[in-house]
Design a protein around this ligand. Sequence first.
Ligand SMILES: [Fe+2]
Length: 304
Amino acid sequence: MKSNVPYYKAETIAEKSWMIGNAFVDHSYALCYLVEGRDYALLIDSILGMGNLKEFCETLTEKPVVLVNTHAHSDHCGGNFFFDACYMHHRDIGFFQSSVGQVRKQQIADMAKGMALEEYRDQIEPDDQFADWNPMKVLPLYDGDVFDLGDRRITVVEVGGHTAGSVVLIDPLTRIAYSGDACNGNTLLEFENSLPIVSYMKALLRLKAHQGGFDRMYGGHEIFDSSIMDEAIETVGRVIAGTDDHVESTGILGYPICYAAAKVKDGYERADGKHFNMSYLPEKILEPENDIQVITYQQEKSEP
Ligand SMILES: [Fe+2]
């Protein structure tokens, strides 16, 4: 029996541009976007993999759908496995591949059950609305690459920081930048594959050079005016100078981190009313002197 769970909902945000979130929950935790052109439609991120996203996209467009990920975190790639291939910045591909094969659809269905509104909970099963994380084709992206949809051209800007291979995709036709988790009110730079803060500053300045092309930033969880970028550059500059608020906290993986700007008491917003904020590791501000890979011989442990 086919379930009637409304896994997704879409909202038009601009000409042939949709914001997609989950509809079986009381709040869409993650957001992705579909942009239709003459020749194909570009799906920007695939969120949690709760519901067959490919089938849902086909209710919005008759064009072939090409998938691109803003970065390799699981709340942006979970729906990848309904597709044959994805594009991703080359610096995030290794991280993505390390999680392929690790997740079965039963686990995702169980998570969906846990998040679902009461009325849908009993209808959620590990059926064809869910997919195992099996190997898939991953195509590398580089800064400056262009998705030419035929009548609109979407430019890839590398904004590494949150992850080494985070990208922002700019659609000059609608003046929207699809920004994933690259720059928002809670930009996490506390992960092993986050870049040093000086590298993030360089990336923000690279994005700043494109500011004439967009007004709004549609992210993976939040939407901001493009002026948040200026707040980011100012705040990151203070972190590098050591003059930020340096609020000590515990990161989502349980180790000590800092927040650049003080927040309101018991809340998420910045105490000074600005919008950008970021977490960081105080020992990972400057770039290493020699930012190259050094590959040494490692004896493979033989499996019993
Ligand atoms: Fe992320």
